[in-house]
Design a protein around this ligand. Sequence first.
Ligand code: MSP
Length: 538
Amino acid sequence: MAATGKEQQGSKAFYVTTPIYYVNDAPHLGHAYTTVAGDVLTRWHRQRGEKVWYLTGTDEHGQKIMRTADANGVSPQEWCDRLVEEAWKPLWEHLEIANDDFIRTTQERHTARVREFVQDLYDKGEIYKGEYEGPYCVGCEEYKSPGDLLEGEGDFAGEKLCPIHKKPVEMLKEENYFFKLSEYGPKLLEHYERHPEFIQPESARNEVVNIVRQGLEDLSISRSTFDWGVKIPWDDKHVIYVWIDALLNYATAVGYGADQEKFERTFPADVHLVGKDILRFHAVIWPAMLMAQGLPLPGKVAANGWLMVGGEKMSKSNLTGISPQQLTEHFGVDAYRWYFLRAIAFGQDGSFSWEDFSARYTSELANDYGNLASRVAAMVNKYFDGLLPESKAEGEAEQPIKEGLAEAVAEADRRIGDELDFAGGIAAIFDFVKLVNGYLTEQEPWKVAKDTSPEAQERLATILYTAAESLRACAVLLNPVMPRTSGLLWDSLGAEAPLGALADQRVQDAGAWGLLPAGTRVTKGAVLFPRLEEPKTA
Ligand code: MSP
């Protein structure tokens, strides 16, 4: 395989980010959804042989965190330290998130550079002092347009509510510093026009284009009524608006202003993964900040839909009562990573239900995939003493498998690696699993085995080789999604000795046929997807 551009020494890394999450509470299913998606995307690119940088982290400043800490009787810093160490980092470890760095906005490596960035903009005349008067939602940490607010009812009668949090907004009247965002509208529109792939999906792109076409207002970038944040360098009565502070993590974490060499080989991000609620910050404000500073813009801002509960975005206040850990306890970590990407089209909203998860687990993971793996290993053991036989009697029946595999590989690579269509890519792999199951059902190796003639024995060898070689490819393709079970399958196929570590197998080469050599020792491995205990209901 010829080296792709990204494989060459010194080339820029494929750089993917998640939003940095507010640490006012422990992570929930919605946060894990975006983080797992980024993990699968980056593992996929690593298995293409590319240099990759995957960044996640936490957003620790602002009023929301400050109030939560106050309510819990601790300092904001203590609160953040506790949540990061006891809740956020452990969950990402548990879910096998292979992030390359974890940035916290209270770290000096971040705060010092944020001050420099803002000072630079001030020196360039991009920031001026003014007065902000208007509604603010602390839940969103966002200045709201009066036209977007809802009329309160019941307890909130007479008040204006945030459309996302359904809680009253607060009226602010403060002296603030403003960034001249309004001047960037035409340049942003030109960028969206020239780079249609910049905002994904299409519906998100249209939404952003409409917002910008309507005209942008200058953005208040400081707050002066509380102090939990990064101080404005030239006026320490103000702290920098938490979103300006937060967006800069994508630059400070990769060496902005500190390690130029690292910065150049990483920045800008190829993909910023964001929930659709924070699209405007990433597709309007962030690129305008970069333009103002003459820095390159990211390749893509990809908005995922929301995990919903009762028709509303899942959030701290309306949780299902189900934590990620409860689901992994029941289904296992791999199935958890697989389910949300498999069941929900990325970019669209989706709901979770125990019933749907259980049904998909049982039919696709346990019956189709897990059973295939265990049946093939059992038959190679029973009929060939565990040594993978040679395939000497290939015929017409094997052709569709080889072709089906090549197609599945190409489709999964395009959909997952390029289009962020995780559901479509995973479906392509599982359609291939179904094809192999159908092949075994038709070929009936257990019947062929009863015929001791040399011809029949050669057919038996070919059938089992074909199935095992298909599984070899499945382990490679599913490794970015389900690293643990893929590793178990790799072990059971005895693939490491002849082919090397699973993580070193290139996804784009997975469709080549005949890689697993005859003679490989196949063992009956652990059950990949054990039968579920009594189905739970919410
Ligand atoms: N701190 C900001 C982001 C700053 S990025 C420079 C923030 N944090 S957040 O914790 O409130 O949420 C961040 C992200 O979590 C969302 O944009 C989304 O990616 C993910 N999700 C939170 N709830 C979600 C759902 N219910 N469903 C899907 N994703 C969700 O905003």
